[in-house]
Design a binder for this molecule. Sequence first.
Ligand code: ADP
Length: 504
Amino acid sequence: MSFVTKQIGSHEDVQSFLARKHGHFINGAWQSGGDLKPIAIKCPATGLQISTIESGGEIEIDAAVKAARQAFESGVWAKMVPVERARILFALADLVEANAEQISYLEALDIGVSRGLMRDIGVKLAADQIRYYAGWVTKINGETITNSRAAAPGREFLTYTVKEPIGVVGQIIPWNFPFGMALQKLAPALAAGCSVILKPAEEAPLTSAYLADLIAQTDMPSGVFNLVNGVGRKAGAALSRHPDVDKISFTGSTSVGKEILHAVTGNLKKTALELGGKSPVVILKDANLSEAIPAAARAIFFLSGQNCMAGSRLLVHADIHDQVVEGLVEIAKSMRIGADLENSYDIGPLISERQMTRVLAYIDTGLGEGAKLVTGGKRVKSMAGYFVEPTIFTNCSSSMRIVKEEIFGPVLTIQKFETEDLEDIAAMANDTIFGLSASVWTGDVSIGHKLAGKIKAGQVGINVHAAIDPATPFGGYKQSGWGREFGQDGLEAYLETKAITAYL
Ligand code: ADP
């Protein structure tokens, strides 16, 4: 228990927050309820319980949807003067920044991420995200259309478009970086004027509950933001199939994404899916290896590989293969494994025992498939939490399950190529059902652009991996998802376009 009590003792408000049994934030107030047992929230670094949430279902979702619908139809948010709606979002961003210490403490406990990393990257990015979309609120415009043909002999049409918020939106998020994830979805939806029901992951719900407390301190009208805690198959499923929800935005596994697609057919909700990945990091033989090798290590081992953009498939030219492997193994072996609230580590725990077991099973599968384990491969038994060593396999081929399936753990597969033909290299990179992220590493930027053009992924970095920015669209090709988040595309995802036409 020392992880919790020793480090957090000075943060009284965080401690009392943890002591709460978190219910559901509906129509501007916390409510309790749920037909399943409350869920114990465990710190993945210690396996010890740190807090509790209630497990909502159909009834709580229905109450939240009613509140969101009422708020939406009343126009208190959707029709609020844009500059005022923007002001409230800017105020929320300020509150997020002012509470960065508390948020990073909670996220560190909830997912085992380093607190410093969370504060400097996670919270800062979330605040920037809100400000980016707050800026859009006053710039949501339609256009005037020049009609392409005569309306009738001698008559013309005048057409203009207006952008309207989609309505009531359900947002279902996973447990990796949940605070950033919540705001990545909320900021554009709220900027567009939608009302929202957020369903956080049951493994890591704490910072979403904290966010509800922050929203309650702003002038956002009640019912615009609602939160229901609970498990996916109950609360998540009830939200996805609810007949009065206009859109579902989901981030999570490809298999749950497919279940959600079935659930939304009842009222044909608009649906955005940000799903799994198996992102290639392609190192050409002219790459600057002093940059490419550490970047490739970060691409896979950041958040212990629990990241949909993780660069989990390394494709490397044969001439530099051994040098790259040697460099990566050296980095992996020197990584500091651990998690506590004061120090920063390179590798933290996996989110749960279940996830650790899954990752270790994949490592066994890799060995069985004939891949060569060059470092790692084991649970860190000396530590109480769910830690797995940074693991690297060479001699991998595209038919192996460890190369094909998303592992969501610190496991890198390395494949070698001899060719310099960009078509062949791209074919290897594209040999996956996923298409979320990719990076190419080369000393010749022109080659980088050519190869980037051939890769089927929503985001490709040239000599950089996973360059996230609120202004840059993000989303998947193929089975990595539907739609885009971030940037103007992310805002448009919460808007309908209405064309209004009259005779001139
Ligand atoms: P991960 O593999 O990252 O845990 P999941 O796809 O299992 O991701 O879960 C992501 C989110 O989806 C969580 O909030 C979870 O509760 C929710 N979820 C899981 N199953 C369902 C379902 N059948 N319907 C709706 N939401 C679900």
